[in-house]
Design a protein. Sequence first.
Length: 223
Amino acid sequence: MILEAKELNYFYQDGDSRRYVLKDTNVGFEKGKFYTILGQSGSGKTTLLSLLSALDSPHSGNVLFNEQDIKKIGYEKYRRNNVGIIFQSYNLIPAFTAVENVLVPMAITENEIPEDQKTVAYNLLDYIGIVKSKADRPVNKLSGGEQQRVAIARALATNVELILADEPTGNLDEEMEQEIIDIFKKLAHEHDKCVVVVTHSNEIAQQSDQTFMLQKGKLSAYE
Ligand SMILES: Nc1ncnc2c1ncn2[C@@H]1O[C@H](COP(=O)(O)OP(=O)(O)OP(=O)(O)O)[C@@H](O)[C@H]1O
Ligand SMILES: [Mg+2]
C-alpha cells in the first residue's frame, strides 16, 4: 500500500456535541490503480482528501505513506515531495504561463528533477496535451479543460507516485471530462501511479479499478 488511512476521526464541535465527518475511517490505496470515491454532498469527501494530502490533520488516527506516518515525514515535506493534488477549480496562478505554473513545485521539491527543468515542464505539458504555443500563454487565457491539464502537469512535476484529485472534472463538459479521466487511467496503468479521484459521477466510477463509497463517516467498497 502506498497510502493508508487508519482509524481516522474528524469532527466539528456543535455546542456540547461532536458532529463526526469521519468516524474510525480506514482505507488503503495501491500503486498502478485508479480509484474513485463517491458520496453524497456533505459526506466528507473533501475532508478525507484534505487529510490524505496533509492540508489538514485528523483529531485522531493516522495517514501512512509507504508505511510511514505522514506526521513523522512532516506535513510540508510530504506535500512538497510525495503527493500531487488537483482541485475542481484548478488553483493555478492566473497571470503565470502554463509552463511557469508547472515550474513552481519543481522549485520547492527535494526530489530529483533533471537539470533542465523548463524542458521537463514543456515535455510534461506536451504529454498531457498542452502544446508549446499554449504552454507559453498565461493560464487565464486557457479554457477550463486546458487549465485542468496544466494543473495535472503541475501535480506530476515533482515526480510523485501519488495523485489525489477532488472533483477534477466538476467544471468541465462531458467530452473534456472523458479526456481528463483517460489521462488519469494512463497515469495509473502505464506509469504505475496511484490515482485517487473524488467524484459525483457514476460513469467515472465505473471506469475506475475500485470505487469506495463514503457514507456516515465510513468508507466501504462499492459494487
Ligand atoms: N467549518 C465548518 N464547520 C462546521 N461544519 C463544517 C465546516 N466545514 C465543513 N463542514 C461540514 O463537514 C461536512 C463534510 O464536508 P465536505 O466538504 O468534506 O463534504 P463533501 O463530501 O466534500 O461535499 P461536496 O460533495 O459538496 O463537495 C459537511 O457536512 C460540512 O457542512
Ligand atoms: Mg467536496
